[in-house]
Write a protein that binds this ligand. Sequence first.
Ligand code: TNX
Length: 535
Amino acid sequence: MKQLRNMLLLVLMAILCFSCGKKQEVVPIDKHSIIPVPVSVAAESGSFTLSNKTTIVLQSDPAQVQMVAEYLKSSIGEFTGLDLVIGQDDKDNAIVLSLDGGASPHEEGYSLSISDKKILIAAPAPEGLFYGIQTLKQLIPAHEGSAKGSTNQFLIPTGTVQDHPEYAYRGMMLDVARHFFTVEEVKKLIDQIAVYKINHLHLHLSDDQGWRIEIKSWPLLTTIGGANQVGGGKGGFYTQEDYKEIVSYAQSRFITIVPEIDMPGHTNSALNAYGILNPGITVPEKTAIAIDRKELGLEDDPDATPYHTGIEVGFSTLDTDSPVTYKFIEDVIREISEMTPGPYFHIGGDESHVTEMKDYIPFIEKAQSIVSKYGKKSLGWDEVAHAKLLPTSVAQYWAKAENAILAIEQGAQVLISPAVKAYLDMQYDSTTHLGLHWAAYIELDEAYNWDPTELEEQIRRENILGVEAPLWTETIITYADIEYMVFPRLAAIAEIAWSPKSARNWEDFRRRIVWHGQRWEAQGKNFYRSPKVEW
Ligand code: TNX
């Protein structure tokens, strides 16, 4: 009898121990792996049990939060296998989404409060709810659809997070001109970068090798200018419907599309489509156009330049004296602006090596004023600061600090993208099989360990609109190539753009990124396993 009692006791203890052991598996919220690291995190000792019995509850105006609620439901479903119900009643075992203005004084801020019975995400605007959801998703201890049936439970640590971004503009750029990427691929990228609270996607829509956006008043831009890419190949372009689809998908992830048409240089694809835009500079292999036009059933255009499939830059320019050029850029800026709800139009302006400065400056000023005529703010690579900038214009610092400072002296803001730190097409080290290294090799710690306010004394916090990481695609051909160059470095850049400098720390980032690697692995993402991290 006594033996039986002892055995029962042992079994009981084992069960207790097992469950207490299980409890200990809950990583406290302040030992989290959240990227970007939040402004403040306070831990409590319990846990919330996420299961199929959890309801997503919409407080405030349900219409406004419906979209984020559906996003929460589907994205939690993806990596837990749970199927949460969206409801209206406030009850226990709920994730409550509330547009409570009092929660955070910051436009994009949010607070996340997790108790044993309830998770409350409160924000003054829907974007804050979306960011709170991104944080919550990173606290769920699952990476693949592991829930089977209604019994599956995921323990989320209790505590609170108060958070808001350091910079208003947190961006990535994708060059779709050197190699074209489809609407589906761009949407996938949007989903992947939204996780890190990136809120701008800059699309480099034209360059010497390809013109990627349909302009109805200049149809050959895409039929001829879009039919190539680096290394040869079929190229491609977005119809206006495609572009609108990208814009609206991005909006559903609180990402603003920033369209770029590079000018007056980097324009060979336009000069190849319409000879009339050429200042008549001599370029080799002029015969190539004739062949191509005949294939397309078009008349030969003796003034057109040949198409370009190499990666050299700086040889092309629009004719800055010709009225046709200004009709052309106005048509392009108008048609694209009309489809772009975001505030920016990027006019490029980089590496116009064959445009004389005396021609370049008035050209940029005219382009800038056409951009404002169509209600947009003009963004341009740092060289545009040689021209007289409007106070609403933004210069994107990629190469020369003195240009960024010139822009600041004119009252413009700067977007920080130093090639030596933020260029996602730079190789990680000398063994990286993709990318270039003209600016630097950028290992993960190099991408992380810098701050926009510490680059130059004259570039101060108030001059900085934000941070953007560009991916140029001369060597990037497939979606897997994109992933390899973007991850994990974009997570580092996103933390620079979102988190306060005082909260950032390389050793801690290095620890946190491991968890992200596990989730990427479960998602089948082709990320770079940096040797700086113990994956
Ligand atoms: C410089 S960055 C360029 C691009 C290239 C890139 C390659 C900038 C404004 N111009 O045309 O694609 O280097 O890293």
